[in-house]
Design a protein around this ligand. Structure first.
Ligand SMILES: Cc1cc2nc3c(=O)[nH]c(=O)nc-3n(C[C@H](O)[C@H](O)[C@H](O)COP(=O)(O)OP(=O)(O)OC[C@H]3O[C@@H](n4cnc5c(N)ncnc54)[C@H](O)[C@@H]3O)c2cc1C
Ligand code: SF4
Length: 366
């Protein structure tokens, strides 16, 4: 049960309180702080500065096990993420015989230090699935409603993509005045494109949140390091570099790190959020922040978990759960892996083609 100040610690007052500093929370903090709103951000993990902490240039020989994955660093020692598939303090269960890896980051910037930076847009048909197929439901908004916001986000984040003339049905790309030019395809990509051409498929550079020209304090990519480790020059987008730091510069953003939120607190009606209860992970004490507005951006599943954990006698099934749907039909990042070996490249001398790390995806169009 959520109870008002059960903490006996001084209560912090905030105007807008945001829980989580990843893609969602970072964007919210940036948008509000740069619009002049006072924002307090609570993040479960520690502060992280990509400019100084990213192991961009370290050779694998400097890492234990030559940077191979381990249970606590599943994507390798030099991966920027603090966290991974299993977090000791946040266990979860799965049904017998099923496997589910819930990949989480606990750090300022969340999963944006590790994500693939692939930024496809939904197309017009994706908003009208029921009308087009008779399945699922149509969105209450259309692509045309959302397109200006895509433009705006892509401008803030910085996205490379193909010439807009190359866009095909239902796969819109950033307009030319916003996009960054994509780098030349690398040898493996050219080989792949050639193979696709043979079966009548066209390829083009996939929209990706990487700068190929300088943008404010952030520099253009120099195509030589592994983006999964993060990017100390700010070419690859992460929430700290792209959102949190510019928001801090406005003087409107206050950050409380190591703050793991347990519950949203509500008023006597049980309907209006009045703040949150969190655990200060460093001192292991419970604390409270009161706020006019509470924004949950702790990741889709973790936000649901907090709302379920915020049950009161007025809302016994959890906050905002009168339908009983809270926590059901939720989507998160899913993984699948395919590895191939291309004999054409075996034994070739090392080369350094232009391209982005090992993850320039190509979109197939027919
Ligand atoms: C390996 C991988 C590759 C991906 N590649 C892509 C891609 O190419 N393109 C794409 O669009 N998406 C990709 N994603 C998905 C993308 O990273 C996520 O959709 C996005 O980061 C979600 O943003 P978010 O703000 O909801 O959550 P997150 O970025 O996870 O941020 C949530 C934040 O909330 C904090 N938090 C959690 N619980 C609490 C709590 N109780 N109290 C306080 N703070 C809390 C966390 O520490 C974290 O900082 C990828 C994800 C992974 C894991
Ligand atoms: S390849 Fe480019 S975007 Fe990726 S880490 Fe290196 S400089 Fe940054």
């Amino acid at each position: 049960m959520a109870m008002a100040n059960e903490t006996e610690q001084p209560v912090t007052q905030a105007v807008v309180l945001i829980v989580g500093s990843g893609a969602g929370g970072g964007m919210m903090a940036y948008q509000l702080a740069t619009s002049g709103v006072k924002v307090t951000l609570l993040e479960s993990g520690r502060m992280y500065d990509s400019a100084v902490e990213t192991a961009m240039f370290s050779p694998v020989s400097d890492a234990p096990l030559r940077d191979m994955g381990t249970p606590d660093k599943p994507a390798g020692f030099f991966d920027a993420t603090i966290g991974g598939g299993s977090l000791e303090e946040e266990p979860f269960t799965t049904d017998e015989g099923t496997e589910f890896r819930w990949w989480r980051a606990r750090m300022m910037g969340g999963r944006t230090h590790h994500w693939g930076r692939q930024t496809p847009r939904y197309g017009p048909d994706d908003f009208k699935v029921f009308s087009n197929t008779g399945r699922e439901v149509d969105w209450p908004v259309s692509y045309e409603d959302v397109a200006p916001y895509y433009d705006r986000v892509e401008e803030i984040v910085g996205v490379l993509g193909p010439d807009e003339k190359e866009a095909v049905h239902n796969s819109p790309v950033p307009p030319n005045h916003i996009r960054h030019e994509p780098p030349a395809p690398r040898a493996s990509e050219m080989l792949f494109a050639k193979a696709c051409e043979k079966i009548g498929l066209k390829t083009h550079a996939h929209p990706t949140a990487i700068l190929t020209r300088d943008k404010g304090d952030r520099s253009a990519c120099f195509y030589a390091t592994n983006c999964i480790r993060g990017c100390s020059i700010g070419a690859a987008f992460d929430s700290v570099t792209g959102f949190i730091q510019p928001a801090l510069k406005t003087g409107n953003l206050t950050i409380i790190s190591h703050a793991h939120v347990l519950q949203v607190l509500t008023d006597a009606s049980g309907k209006k959020a009045t703040g949150v209860l969190y655990v200060d992970r460093e001192t292991e004490t419970r604390r409270e922040v009161q706020a006019k507005v509470v924004v949950l951006a702790a990741g889709s599943m973790q936000s649901c978990r907090i709302m379920l954990n915020s049950a009161t006698d007025k809302a016994p099934e959890g906050l905002g759960n009168s339908s009983g749907m809270l926590g059901k039909y939720v989507s998160d990042t899913l993984f699948t892996n395919i590895s191939v070996q291309l004999p054409t490249f075996v034994g070739l001398p090392p080369h350094n083609e232009d391209g982005i790390s090992n993850r320039t995806f190509m979109r197939l169009v027919n």
